[in-house]
Design a protein. Structure first.
Length: 239
């Protein structure tokens, strides 16, 4: 599930390694304007990345010691899966969160880019076929965006049924950078079951979220802005 904090972490990690493009840099500046306290965190993160670079140039090696759950969570949010590096340095020890973001940033640079998690990627990677409601099968949706929607872009979406609930996969364009959008899976009673939220961006947003409602009880999808105004809706395929 991608959250607003996930997106901020991704931007901070990329900025710390100089891996932002012009659009992403503008998005980050917008976030920093709203949350100036993050500038200090970015500076500290850059220092941590620099320390990792110095350590690597000095011949440092990766440790086989398992990372902590907190560090795994921080790294996992950005898509990195490397073990945490051990930095033999007398400098003050950085926070676990900052070290996790730094390790993830280095991993993203080494990989070239973050993994795309959007609809097409799920379709391309999916091997499960079957009628709507089949566990693991990708069900493409046809979201509708009204003319007066606060989102003047495009929404592509899909559902994937799981034993633990229903996964919503989205590709969204035209969002307002820094704005919060909430994704709901609508059950057959018309109730919204929140699946997660994401931050708007000047570039296309790809996200995967899970709602605690079984696919057999799902009627559709709704995306709303932070004030609750509906941005887009979709009806689930009939089982």
């Amino acid at each position: 599930m991608t959250t607003p904090q996930d997106r901020i972490d991704q931007l901070l990690a990329a900025a710390a390694t100089g891996d932002l493009d012009e659009v992403e840099a503008a998005e980050l500046e917008s976030v920093l304007a709203e949350r100036p306290e993050l500038r200090a965190e970015l500076d500290a993160l850059r220092g941590t990345v620099g320390a990792l670079d110095d350590w690597a140039l000095a011949g440092g090696a990766w440790s086989d010691v398992p990372s902590s759950p907190a560090l795994d969570a921080a790294v996992g949010r950005i898509g990195a899966t490397e073990a945490a590096p051990v930095t033999p340095t007398p400098r003050p020890r950085p926070s676990r969160r900052r070290l996790g973001l730094a390790a993830a940033a280095v991993a993203l640079v080494a990989a070239g880019s973050a993994t795309t998690l959007g609809v097409q990627a799920v379709v391309d990677d999916g091997t499960v076929e079957g009628p709507p409601g089949t566990l693991g099968a990708v069900e493409r949706l046809t979201p509708s965006v009204s003319d007066d929607s606060p989102l003047p872009g495009r929404v592509d979406a899909a559902f994937v049924a799981h034993t633990w609930g229903t996964e919503a996969v989205l590709d969204v364009t035209g969002t307002r950078p820094g704005a919060v959008y909430v994704v709901y899976v609508v059950d057959e009673q018309g109730r919204d079951v929140e699946a997660g939220a994401f931050l708007g961006s000047a570039v296309e947003v790809h996200c995967r979220m899970n709602a605690a409602v079984l696919r057999e009880d799902v009627a559709g999808l709704r995306v709303a802005d932070a004030s609750g105004v509906t941005v887009a809706t979709a009806t689930a395929p009939t089982l």
